[in-house]
Design a protein around this ligand. Structure first.
Ligand SMILES: Cc1cc2nc3c(=O)[nH]c(=O)nc-3n(C[C@H](O)[C@H](O)[C@H](O)COP(=O)(O)O)c2cc1C
Length: 131
């Protein structure tokens, strides 16, 4: 499983840099990125216009098909709006919100996120075996 992320002010990028177990790929607004294998998406939380490259990415090639889950970086001061972008993507594309954290995440967030990705890999493999 790969981890695809987008970052506006660098927090999500710093989180991605702390991951050990998974290859990370940053969404570059100036380049097209097409996935060929299942991946997890990590997005910061903003009004849609700020994260437009994420929606463009999700509408590219087979990127929707390979989206296995989504994770959100946010700020709990936003209360009920905490990680709403990741929640909206999860709902729109019918995938689980596997983990939510603040800013660039703590060591515990990194461990928990990697565990959730492993769990998702197990489920994805099981679904494929049943097909
Ligand atoms: C203008 C602005 C609006 C934000 N709105 C929200 C929000 O509604 N909910 C939330 O959880 N975090 C919100 N945040 C916090 C960011 O999503 C959070 O700091 C995130 O870690 C930023 O990631 P990035 O540095 O990778 O862009 C907002 C931040 C800014 C600057």
């Amino acid at each position: 499983m790969k981890v695809v992320y987008f970052s506006v002010t660098g927090q999500t990028k710093r989180f991605a840099a702390k991951l050990n177990a998974y290859e990370t790929i940053e969404i570059d607004p100036t380049a097209e990125l097409e996935m060929k294998d299942p991946y997890v998406l990590v997005v910061p939380t903003y009004e849609a216009e700020f994260i437009a490259p994420v929606f463009d990415f999700l509408e590219t090639g087979e990127n929707q098909k390979f989206l296995a889950g989504v994770s959100g970086s946010g700020n709990r001061n936003f209360a009920e709006l905490f990680v709403f972008s990741a929640k909206e993507i999860a709902k729109k594309y019918g995938v689980p919100l596997i983990y939510a954290f603040e800013f660039s995440g703590t060591k515990e967030d990194v461990d928990n996120f990697e565990e959730e990705v492993r769990e998702l890999e197990r489920k994805t493999t099981m679904v494929r075996a049943q097909q």
